[in-house]
Design a protein around this ligand. Structure first.
Ligand code: NAD
Ligand code: UDP
Length: 310
């Protein structure tokens, strides 16, 4: 298949593109490099089945493809809050444009949604049936509501025009090629620990997240996309929660760091808990994460050691 990956030069998009090429597809990577990086896809540029196009998905795109993975959108809070109007446009106009492209070409459409559509969840763990608890006017809303609207559009294009859609609700994912300056917790803690700088824990550090290693997530993407007729959202993530203080300690030990832990104010609307229920993915796709957090963190630490050294 000829597959369009929007946001293909980002963290997840570059791993996905690599995987699609490895299983014999050709990839059209579309990115405006808002948070993406040429370095993430440098190793793919010589592949004859890989094509790169600089383009902003908030504008229409006319290409011929058989499948679309719509990943374009800044994902880290500091990046999506930097230009919230553009974040919302990327989610909503981007989804409309890419769904329109899928409608014209008959391509299968995959939407990269997020656990953020559950907001600050009152239910834990979060099953796909949960409608969420989202502040519509807060500093995270440009991303949360943008992604919720993109889900709505995806299901309306399915009901109204019969599009073959997939919706993955992605929970916190980490691994090599995360941007070391994007402010996400795993990259922040590892880089701070390796540089012997204070490890910055926000709030009292008791908020939880569940971290999935990137290879596991990409395996889930592939299974979801290539399994027939899954026209319902599917949570993809690691169901093992940890709180941020414990994560800081774990990373200190793994990096053998002398860094101090420093408490900082909690940013607004920071969810108190997040943990996916993944029974749907297990049942429909036979998928569950295989990589333990400690072994995923070790690979990520090795990656950041190289980045810092270079
Ligand atoms: P990322 O910031 O590394 O990648 C996003 C990519 O989209 C970047 O290459 C960026 O330049 C590109 N982009 C942004 N706006 C664009 C636009 N208007 N037009 C074209 N390209 C644009 O983030 P990521 O972690 O790789 O996330 C990819 C997708 O997965 C996002 O949609 C994100 O919401 C979703 N997601 C990620 C996580 C995670 O933990 N990594 C969790 C939930 C959801
Ligand atoms: N966090 C932290 N220190 C940091 C960066 C983040 O304690 O240096 C916390 C943040 O407040 C949140 C959690 O780590 O509770 C996960 O943050 P991240 O930005 O990685 O993702 P999200 O909040 O979107 O899950």
């Amino acid at each position: 298949m000829r597959i369009l990956v929007t946001g293909g030069a980002g963290f997840l998009g570059s791993h996905l593109s690599e995987r699609l090429l490895a299983i014999g597809h050709s990839v059209l990577c579309v990115d405006n490099f808002y948070t993406g990086n040429q370095k993430n896809i440098e190793h793919l540029r010589d592949n004859r089945d890989f094509e790169l196009m600089r383009h902003d998905v908030t504008f229409p795109l006319y290409v011929e493809v058989d499948g679309i993975f719509n990943l374009a959108c800044p994902a880290s809070p500091i990046h999506y809050q930097r230009n919230p109007v553009q974040t919302f446009k990327t989610s909503v106009h981007g989804a409309i444009n890419m769904l329109g492209l899928a409608k014209r070409t008959g391509a299968r459409f995959f939407q990269a949604s997020t656990s953020e559509i559950y907001g600050d969840p009152a239910v834990s763990p979060q099953p796909e049936e949960y409608w969420g608890n989202v502040n519509p006017i807060g500093i995270r809303s440009c991303y949360d509501e943008g992604k919720r609207a993109a889900e709505t559009l995806t299901f309306d294009y399915h009901r109204q025009f019969g599009l073959d859609i997939r919706v993955a609700r992605i929970f916190n994912t980490y691994g090599p090629r995360m941007d070391m300056n994007d402010g996400r917790v795993v990259s922040n803690f590892i880089v701070q620990a390796l540089k012997q700088e204070p490890i910055t824990v926000y709030g009292d550090g008791t908020q939880t997240r569940s971290f999935c290693y990137v290879d596991d997530l990409i395996e889930g993407f592939i299974k979801l996309f290539f399994t027939s007729d899954i026209h319902e959202p599917v949570n993809l993530g690691n169901p093992t929660p940890i709180n941020m203080l414990e994560l800081a300690e774990e990373i200190k030990v793994l990096t053998k760091s002398q860094s101090k832990i420093e408490m900082r104010p909690l940013p607004g609307d920071d969810p108190k808990q997040r943990e996916p229920k993944i029974e749907r993915a297990e049942k429909l796709l036979g998928w569950k994460p295989k990589i333990e957090r400690q072994s995923g963190l070790k690979k990520t630490i090795e990656y950041f050691k190289e980045v810092i050294a270079s």
